[in-house]
Design a protein around this ligand. Structure first.
Ligand code: C2E
Ligand code: CA
Ligand code: CA
Ligand code: CA
Length: 279
């Protein structure tokens, strides 16, 4: 038993070394990925629940790695954040997503919104306001059609600096969404500290809707709270008609989820306003 225990320890140590090695390789690959054209933005629709119309999209990044194939953000965003590559990658996403929203708006003949995720490191970057302004100017997208999504993770950096950046971004006319709302330790306190226009109810609450637990009450409270603070609400991760029905009864204004559309490349989307409306 002792020998086996020892073996396992060795295996474990090997596994650790291998994981560390892989991480170093991926970090190196990330450095060249933007200029090599390996990133692609996928878009997931946001729907106005009462009318069923697509009001906009969220940009979700995909990495086509030359040997590993498709790598999802859960794997590379933390690395890009750690290594600092996220600033350059995020700039590319902003330009690309703003351009796409402007093109869709022109096609649809009505304003199509675009939401872009900003990680803590991006928001802490001194150039973020200039970066956003350049993406808007370059695309001609009106600022009010752009939403920047942040999580409470941004509060791990200097809070005054972060709040200052968010205020400067808002002064451009863009909207700020608090992503994954309800999952942090202190959602209420960051709602108080962060200037925001939208709360996005985390998928974990939405998934439990209608199952008889407390989620319905919690979601109802979040929607009520948002309303009293004059914030818009988006419920994330809606997968079933039952969840949609409960959200409808709670008068949730906007929804997103596989039920209405999965994240897909721009050319795989039905151009908004031209084709049938999702769901
Ligand atoms: P997020 O911002 O909370 O995005 C929602 C995630 O839920 C996306 O995963 C989306 O594909 C997935 N999703 C949407 N609807 C459903 C549903 O009905 N059911 C289920 N099970 N999942 C659903 P994804 O695309 O893998 O992105 C994961 C996270 O990576 C995002 O979470 C966001 O935090 C981050 N991320 C993605 N793109 C970017 C980016 O361009 N920049 C930064 N900084 N972060 C990004
Ligand atoms: Ca998001
Ligand atoms: Ca989210
Ligand atoms: Ca998330």
């Amino acid at each position: 038993a002792k020998a086996r225990g020892k073996n396992r320890l060795v295996l474990y140590a090997d596994g650790m070394a291998q994981a560390a090695q892989e991480k170093i390789v991926l970090l190196e690959d990330l450095a060249g990925a933007t200029s090599a054209g390996q990133f692609e933005v996928h878009y997931q629709p946001t729907i106005d629940l009462s009318s069923g119309t697509t009001t906009g999209y969220e940009a979700l990044l995909r990495w086509h790695h030359p040997t590993r194939g498709l790598v999802l953000p859960a794997e590379f965003i933390p690395l890009a954040e750690e290594g600092g590559h996220i600033v350059e990658i995020g700039r590319w996403v902003l330009v690309e997503a703003a351009r796409q929203a402007a093109a869709w708006s022109a096609q649809a003949g009505r304003p199509i919104g675009m939401a872009v995720n900003l990680s803590p490191r991006q928001l802490a970057d001194d150039d973020v306001v200039a970066t956003v302004r350049a993406a808007l100017d370059g695309s001609g997208l009106p600022a009010r059609q752009l939403t920047l999504e942040v999580t409470e993770g941004v509060l791990m950096h200097d809070v005054d600096q972060v709040v200052g950046q968010l205020l400067a971004l808002r002064a451009l006319g863009v909207r700020i969404a608090i992503d994954d709302f309800g999952t942090g330790y202190s959602s209420l306190s960051y709602l108080r500290r962060l200037p925001a226009d939208i709360v996005k109810i985390d998928r974990s609450f939405v998934q439990d809707l209608g199952s008889g637990g407390r989620s319905t009450t919690l979601v109802a409270s979040i929607i009520e709270l948002a309303r009293s603070l004059n914030l818009d609400v988006v419920a994330e991760g809606v997968e079933t008609p039952e969840q949609q029905a409960v959200l409808g009864r709670l008068a949730c204004s906007h929804v997103q989820g596989y039920l209405f559309g999965r994240p897909q490349p721009a050319d795989a989307q039905t151009p908004p306003g031209l084709g049938p409306v999702a769901a």
